[in-house]
Ligand binder design. Sequence first.
Ligand SMILES: [Fe+2]
Length: 134
Amino acid sequence: MYEMKPEYFTGIESIDQEHSRLFELAQETQDLLTDPLVYDKTEKLNSLISELIDYTKTHFAHEEAFMRSIHYAEIDSHMVLHRKFEDNLMQFDPDCLEDVDNQNEIVEKLLGFLITWLIDHIQRMDMQYIKSIK
Ligand SMILES: [Fe+2]
């Protein structure tokens, strides 16, 4: 189950809400993937993946604006991590996946990758800018 746990909360409401939404979108994608009752999943799956990718980018932009507003000293290296992650995400762009047979497998891989990164990034990197304002 992909969801927020107490240790992921930064205490900044807008950021926590966006992190929650990312977990929620990942869970919706996972649910659709494993639902035996939906016959043709491709379209819905593609729109969820696109939303996940777009939302991640929007979230990064908000987080970067927040880091700027608190004059966070490590903002540049943090932004490099965001850009690298975005580059990695683009290999899962639905436009590139439409005709592949193992789409489900690739979406599973995307979810694993996204969630592992999110959990690690929130706890190790995002918490650092939080600590800097305390
Ligand atoms: Fe971040």
